[in-house]
Ligand binder design. Structure first.
Ligand SMILES: NC(=O)c1ccc[n+]([C@@H]2O[C@H](COP(=O)([O-])OP(=O)(O)OC[C@H]3O[C@@H](n4cnc5c(N)ncnc54)[C@H](O)[C@@H]3O)[C@@H](O)[C@H]2O)c1
Ligand SMILES: N[C@H](CO)Cc1c[nH]c[nH+]1
Ligand SMILES: [Zn+2]
Length: 801
């Protein structure tokens, strides 16, 4: 190792020259000739070059199954354990480098995203000229596997006896790599770039190697359209060792890289001449102990010990040198590390030998040499993926960004570019309405919560195995049966296929247009969660209406916009216009409405469907009592229409908690994606199936309830305390009283009759909601109201006296 004292900075570039640089032209010429030979001769050329350069006579280029099988038995247990530990650490550090998909809405409706996609065919070079570096296979194979590269081929030079180190084969098996080729040097790189009968051409070549391997990779990248990780040639280390450094540690680290090969280079910088002297003495002492002392000694000939005035100049020298490895052998390592601008990998403090990075700390040891650390990073998970960007425009997005692009394209004189936008804008603008424009683009563009689009749904045991087998041990159920009289020990069908098949026949839709929920409330909640990002989005409700819409919104931190019904509980004339201007994600329209009982006018809903960009949810919980076609019949026409129905009302199954949402198959698939896996219990499914089988009973029951409604209307109209009975298309009546409605409510309750007090609802002052009961219950209700009326009038009379 030559010593330099306070060299003038003008001489630094000469001191920073790598030994291999001098012979680069000859090496490049040799490598080009080898490429030619492989192109012309394919596998035969590989066999010839193995004989010539590796002194190996090969029967076959590929590692055979027998060679793989023998490998593990030849690797001692302690080495196997050490390799497994290193693999775990490398996996941990590289798995943490995974990045979630990036998604940014640059303008309203202009969504850009970026996703990492693995390089499909990768070639890994594992050096083996002077020492088989099985650790390199860990460094390349682990990230290749984590990235998900489908095709992985390994090349490594054969030993003179034609074998490949069993440890390399052991690691290959650990990583699930079965294609290992006995080829080294430039010929291996040429084969990976060009392809031969045995070696598949790959998209990207990875791995370190000597000057021939490195030059071959550079040629492959420059002329053969193959990507490479980086130039990773002969190993090198630069150590900044101040007065706090331990000379023995420093010497050991220098030798650890010098022993790689004669063209390795090691450099030590210090601001203490005493330390440099001691380091040199230690190098000489330790060198003599090394088995590879000849190799290391050659490397030391082109290595340097340099005395510099202070830490700043040491850092400046190091940043100019851009070492593959930088060791900061100082108490002040963290402060110096902050100023490092060029290095492959940095080792901090006195207790961090470079060798830990070579094998097992978790960082990658495939690193840029020869000063390439100025512009390249070492291998990482990123090296094995491409980041593909995506963009999607909604109709709104096209409208806002279109003019920007048209202007720029015209300014560049690229008329076809501008036209690609103009044509689409014209199509949007000629559409009948904003909602039609959205439909033209994508009916759900901008409507589905981005996190829902991205997430993976839960996959239940019953998703993975359908039906029954003699032995079912997949879902941690209780195979002994159930406590109690009935057997519910098995999870129910998560997709409720049987019910959906029956319901689809009954309603004239496809089974995949049906979502079943734990009551309609589950569908309401999931629709809010499907579309609204908490703290950001809003829904529209039309009060007075069913209270759960607002509760679901509040629960999900979603803003509620109100579009009140007018005095006769119909949508206001400007409803569609207001909704067209709203950015809300969905509007709930309850028809027949609860608590008012009336159907919302069909034309008003239709206008909203044509103009609103969000989902239009028509809640038909009471539709069985109405004399109007269901909105289910219009689903094909309006992809953003969702119709909710329930088994709780006309079907008389409120205790089962079974609600239904009908929509396009695409929208239902989204609901299925986010629902709890077993949201409909086995008991509910059984009962619902039985009810569906008895569907012919439904009209009779409905008719009886409608008779009861007519009878109640007739009787209530005769009571003096009843001011108005609102027309009802449901199984209840909203009734306004001439007297204090809350007083009437209390008096009914004291007579054992519970009705719903709606006096506080917008537009419902003085109103109670009365459910149509059995004939007898209806009689009791009218009787009680008659008595209450009589009491009220006698009290009024006593006040007059
Ligand atoms: N930068 C890094 O990340 C990193 C990591 C590990 C190893 N390394 C370096 O990898 C290198 C490994 O070198 P190696 O030689 O031991 O193994 P190697 O596998 O890189 O090279 C061996 C091959 O070189 C070819 N070769 C040798 N002499 C030749 C000649 N005269 N003409 C044409 N081809 C010739 C042969 O085909 C042989 O198979 C070392 O320099 C080591 O420092 C670098
Ligand atoms: N130091 C080498 C990178 O330059 C990697 C290595 C492998 N085995 C030992 N060392
Ligand atoms: Zn090393």
């Amino acid at each position: 190792m030559q010593l330099y004292s306070y060299p003038d900075p003008s001489t630094w570039p000469a001191l920073q020259q790598r030994p291999a640089a001098a012979e680069a032209p000859q090496v490049a010429a040799r490598v080009r000739a080898i490429f030619e030979q492989v192109r012309a001769g394919g596998d035969a050329a590989l066999l010839t070059l193995a004989a010539e350069l590796d002194k190996a006579t090969l029967a076959s280029l590929l590692i055979s199954e027998a060679e793989f099988a023998a490998a593990a038995t030849l690797v001692p247990a302690d080495l196997q354990a050490a390799i497994r530990q290193a693999k775990t650490n490398i996996e941990a550090f590289h798995a943490a480098q995974r990045e979630p998909e990036l998604r940014v809405e640059t303008m309203p409706g202009v969504v850009c995203s970026r996703r990492a996609v693995p390089v499909q065919r990768v070639g890994l070079y594992v050096p083996g000229g002077s020492a088989p570096l099985f650790s390199t296979l860990l460094m390349l194979g682990v990230p290749a596997r984590l990235a998900g590269c489908p095709e992985v081929v390994v090349c490594t030079p054969p030993q003179a006896d034609g074998s490949v180190s069993p440890v390399i084969l052991f690691v290959a098996q650990l990583l699930g790599i079965d294609k290992v080729v006995k080829a080294g040097g430039a010929q291996a790189v040429a084969a990976l770039a060009l392809g031969t009968a045995t070696v598949p051409a790959v998209d990207k070549i990875f791995g370190p190697g000597n000057r021939y391997v490195t030059a071959a990779k550079q040629l492959a990248a420059a002329e053969f359209g193959v990507a490479i990780d980086m130039p990773a040639g002969p190993s090198e280390v630069l150590i900044i060792a101040d007065a706090s450094a331990n000379p023995a540690f420093v010497a050991a680290d220098l030798l650890s890289q010098a022993e790689h090969g004669p063209d390795s280079q090691v450099v030590v910088l210090s601001d203490s001449s005493a330390v440099l002297e001691q380091v040199q003495a230690e190098v000489a002492r330790q060198l003599a102990l090394l088995p590879r002392r000849d190799v290391a000694a050659q490397a030391l000939e082109s290595s340097r010990a340099i005395l510099l005035p202070d830490a700043n100049s040491m850092l400046e020298f190091s940043n100019q040198y851009a070492p593959e490895h930088l060791i900061l052998a100082t108490d002040n390592a963290d402060a110096l590390a902050a100023q490092v601008t060029n290095a492959g990998s940095v080792f901090l403090g006195h207790l961090t030998p470079e060798a830990v990075g070579d094998y097992a700390s978790g960082t990658n040891h495939t690193l840029p040499t020869s000063g390439y650390a100025r512009q390249y990073s070492g291998v990482s998970l990123d090296s094995f993926v491409k980041k593909i960007t995506f963009q999607r425009l909604s109709a709104q997005g096209l409208q806002v960004i279109g003019p920007v692009v048209e202007t720029m394209a015209e300014a560049e004189g690229l008329a076809a570019h501008a036209r690609a936008v103009t044509l689409r804008l014209a199509a949007l603008n000629s559409s009948a309405s904003p909602a039609a424009a959205v439909t033209l683009a994508n009916p759900y563009a901008g409507l589905i919560r981005p996190s829902v689009e991205r997430m993976q749904p839960y996959s239940s045991a019953r998703d993975e195995f359908e039906g029954m087998a003699p032995v079912m041990l997949d879902a941690n159920e209780n195979s002994l049966g159930s406590v109690g009289p009935d057997d519910f020990s098995r999870y129910p069908d998560p997709h409720q296929r049987a019910i959906k098949a029956d319901l689809a026949r009954l309603k004239g839709v496809a089974p995949n247009q049906i979502f079943l929920g734990n009551g309609s409330d589950e569908a309401i909640d999931l629709l809010v969660r499907l579309t609204c990002t908490p703290g950001q989005d809003s829904i529209v409700i039309c009060p007075p209406t069913y209270g759960m819409y607002e509760v679901a919104a509040n629960l999900n931190d979603v803003r509620v916009e109100r579009l009140p019904l007018n005095a006769d509980f119909q949508l206001p004339p400007d409803a569609a216009e207001k909704l067209a201007a709203s950015n809300a994600k969905l509007v709930f329209l309850c028809s027949p409405n609860n608590p008012t009982g009336n159907l919302l006018a069909q034309e008003a809903i239709e206008t909203i469907l044509r103009n609103f960009r969000g989902l239009v949810v028509v809640d038909e919980a009471y539709a069985d009592f109405a004399d109007a076609p269901s909105w289910i019949t219009r689903l094909a026409e309006f992809p953003r229409l969702v119709v909710m129905q329930t088994f709780s009302k006309a079907w008389g199954l409120a205790g089962l908690r079974l609600g239904v949402a009908y929509a396009s198959a695409q929208l239902i698939a989204y609901l299925d994606k986010i629902k709890p896996p077993y949201n409909i219990s086995a008991a509910t499914q059984q009962h619902a199936l039985a009810a569906l089988a008895a569907a012919p009973q439904l009209p009779e029951m409905r008719a009886e309830l409608l008779d009861g409604r007519r009878w109640l209307v007739e009787k209530l109209a005769q009571l003096a305390i009843v001011e108005h009975i609102f027309p009802s298309d449901a199984n209840f009546l909203l009734v306004r009283f001439t007297v204090d409605a809350t007083g009437v409510y209390d008096q009914l309750r004291s007579r054992g009759i519970v009705v719903r007090n709606r006096t506080t609802q917008p537009g419902c002052a003085g109103c109670l909601r009365l459910t149509v009961g059995t004939a007898e219950e209806n009689v009791q209700l009218v009787q009680a109201l008659t008595e209450i009326g009589a009491e009220q009038s006698s009290v009024a009379a006593s006040h007059i006296q």
